[in-house]
Design a binder for this molecule. Structure first.
Ligand code: PMP
Length: 404
């Protein structure tokens, strides 16, 4: 029989429940719909459908429009027909399929790395790999704006963790000089493109620091693979940095690669070690056939059609230029993640609601995802947006920001 809990008992033991209630009541107090868990009736592309209304969409990170590409969809369907919906085992046991190997070989080839390993989620890849590679007595230095999964992985490992101010490599250099000698091993974790601001880590400068201090350099390319570089090979191509100058290239399959999952790439011996020993890989199911095949097909489309990357780059430049000309606070980034700061969570919620009424869907990012003062609308630009859609959106945004 169900256990009866009285309200006070739950509140005593789980004060978090009340805190969440307070947070969620903000939308209600402002008289706007709850912005979380909105159901979209279809794929996110240049547009989306919510409650029967078609909206220009900036809420999805299918940067190259490959999640609905006929070849990618067909590859996923064929893989399911051949292998079923699950591989039904860890890869180390009987879950290995040829498409895992093909996908990993092609990811490594794209990056110029020796080998790659895929896992079932990008978040779980950072948690699993950093959590496993580092040990108590090691030191992890990460950019202050690094993704939650990087922080969780470091915490799990028991290593000492120190953030450095966002993109402040002089501060990183000082931390390395002060702290590295007292630790057995040091990892520096950064992102190719930062997921909230769309600015870049200065990879050549980091490679120079790595040469001087001898740390392991870990680069999360969730938002840079398929996005940066003339042909979308990511931060390495953009900065003309050799694959071997970074120890671990981490990325996700969920964004430009139109699927679900994560990967790490690097030296073959390191990847083999991770393949045999990472608990979150060894004791977890292999990437499902549909996800693996979709990512592989997307990767091949990316390579066959670099024009998609060029369109994404041109759309990003246009949107950023129009927004800056309209006086919007889009920051100094250059990537297709474009923040529009609103001064607080209430402003972001109100602005997102007004944009929706004008036919534009964009996600507000509120406290605690960012500090309240850094609340924003976050626009993901994609290759499928038309210049007209981008112009209309900036015009609507400028009008609404002015009347906020
Ligand atoms: N790293 C970064 C920088 C991310 O932005 C994200 C997801 N937004 C992840 C890792 C996790 O990837 P996934 O969503 O594919 O699990």
């Amino acid at each position: 029989p169900p256990v009866a809990h009285t309200e006070p008992l739950v509140d005593d033991r789980l004060p978090e429940l009340a805190a969440l209630g307070d947070r969620l009541s903000l939308a209600e107090r402002l008289g706007v719909p709850n912005p979380y868990f909105v159901a979209h009736d279809g794929a996110l592309g240049a547009t989306t459908v919510v409650d029967g209304a078609e909206l220009i969409d900036f809420s999805g990170y299918d940067y190259l429009g490959l999640a609905t590409d006929p070849a990618v969809v067909a590859a996923a369907a064929e893989a399911v027909a051949r292998y079923g919906t699950s591989v039904s085992a860890s890869r180390v046991a009987s879950g290995e399929r040829p498409l895992h190997r093909d996908l990993e070989a092609e990811i490594a080839d794209l990056l110029g790395a020796e080998a790659a390993l895929t896992m079932v989620s990008g978040h779980a890849t950072n948690v699993g790999v950093l959590g496993h590679l580092l040990r108590p007595g090691d030191l992890a230095l990460h950019d202050a704006l690094a993704h939650d999964s990087i922080l969780q992985g470091i915490r799990l490992s028991g290593a000492s963790r120190r953030p450095f101010p966002h993109n402040d490599l002089a501060a990183l250099d000082r931390l390395l000089t002060d702290l590295a000698p007292r630790h057995r091993r040091v990892v520096v974790a950064v992102e190719g493109v930062y997921s909230m601001d769309g600015d870049l880590a200065d990879l050549p400068a980091l490679v120079e620091l790595r040469r001087r201090h001898g740390f392991l350099l870990y680069v999360d390319e969730a938002h840079s693979v398929g996005v940066l570089g003339a042909t979308g090979r990511g931060a390495g191509e953009h900065w003309d940095v050799a694959a071997s100058d970074v120890d671990i290239w981490m990325g996700t399959l969920s964004k430009a690669l139109a699927s679900c999952g994560g990967y790490v790439a690097g030296e073959a011996r390191l990847i083999e070690y991770l393949r045999y020993t990472t608990p979150g890989f060894v004791y977890s199911v292999g990437l499902p056939p549909a996800a693996g095949a979709a990512a592989l097909a997307a990767l091949r489309r990316l390579r066959a059609e670099p024009g998609r990357v060029a369109r994404l780059t041109a759309n990003t430049a246009l949107f950023r230029r129009l927004a800056a000309e309209a006086g919007l606070a889009v920051g100094s980034g250059t990537a297709p993640v474009v923040p529009v700061l609103t001064g607080g969570s209430s402003g972001a919620l109100l602005l997102a609601d007004r944009m929706r009424r004008r036919g534009v869907n964009v996600q507000p990012i509120l406290y605690p995802a960012v500090e309240d003062s850094a609340a924003r609308l976050r626009f993901f630009i994609n290759a499928s947006h038309t210049p007209q859609q981008l112009e209309d959106t900036v015009a609507a945004l400028a009008a609404e920001v002015a009347s906020l």
